[in-house]
Design a protein around this ligand. Sequence first.
Ligand SMILES: NC(=O)c1ccc[n+]([C@@H]2O[C@H](COP(=O)([O-])OP(=O)(O)OC[C@H]3O[C@@H](n4cnc5c(N)ncnc54)[C@H](OP(=O)(O)O)[C@@H]3O)[C@@H](O)[C@H]2O)c1
Length: 336
Amino acid sequence: MIRNRFWRFAAQPHGNDFSAALALEDEPVPTPGEGEVLIRADWLSMDAGTRMWMTPRTDGYQPPLEPGVKMMGLCLGRVVASRAGGFKTGDLVRGFGQWADYSLVRPELSDLRVLDETVTDPRQHFGVLGMNGWTAYVGVLETGAAKAGDTVLVSAAAGATGLLACQVAKIAGCRVIGLAGGPEKCRVLVEAFGVDQALDYKSADVEAELAKAAGGVNVYFDNVGGPLLDAVLPNMAHYGRIALCGLIAGYAESGPARGPARFDQILMRRLTISGFFSPDFSARGDQINAVMRPWMEQGAIKMAFDETVGLENLLAAYAKLFSGGNIGKVIVDLRG
Ligand SMILES: NC(=O)c1ccc[n+]([C@@H]2O[C@H](COP(=O)([O-])OP(=O)(O)OC[C@H]3O[C@@H](n4cnc5c(N)ncnc54)[C@H](OP(=O)(O)O)[C@@H]3O)[C@@H](O)[C@H]2O)c1
């Protein structure tokens, strides 16, 4: 009998040690009830924001995960059984399921979509044509309002969201500076992704280096928060925009992340700082993809994938998001 292996969220993790927090278990493959869809996952998406769901904090954008539940996350695969309208066996779909071989979902609660099968590399539904792509597009062009000639700075620039934000800004005609951990990431950003300048925040004095950027930073696409934000604030151009995408430096904290010490610069430089959040604009996904897909097919935007094979190896893949072990989108391949 086929079994469904899944990761159970057992307990809130300490720091970034997930070994006691998540447990690999199995069960008979579930059968969908009325209104439910069963998906066999080909790939799982590892997303940094899920770390916050594992904390006890109740003031985040969603309630904390209750210990004992199956771990939630985005999956991409095929419908194997459906009792929900609009989804049939064999459909290629993406939505919020479980970290499991098989995900049982209610489409209206999981943002489940039937995907375009003409996309050559289906993994791009987790890349340029998925949540990270939409976040980069909206963050750079709408929240950040980047325009040709602007200097756009991106933190966690070699990660999934950051790589796409850098490339959207280049397409918009901006000068792009990436912040990333380590010389190899900086080399890849410049040589493979067309970033104009990359700063290794682990060895460089970021505040001093940014002070050399002529005219200052017009748009900061921030994935990190923490001390890097303090290094950036005094280097923003007057009337600059900070598109606050993520605060990964503080996701392991059980309470609120520390605010910026250089808050005063928001007045001194007449800055605008705005948070933005992909579920608020995921309904516009097809509209954004209609712009991003031609860019992708013309080679103007691409995604690197950091792929780990096997559900049993998922924790090593997940940990890369917090240790900086990845370049591009971290996914787990379950097709074996
Ligand atoms: N607002 C939204 O709707 C939305 C949607 C998607 C993602 N996000 C946010 O985007 C950010 C990136 O998420 P992702 O899933 O795409 O992951 P990712 O960028 O692929 O991976 C995370 C990267 O963050 C960097 N990092 C980790 N801890 C750091 C720290 N303390 N200081 C500086 N850099 C650190 C690491 O790169 P280095 O080696 O460079 O340190 C790591 O590779 C997260 O903050 C996430 O919450 C927001």
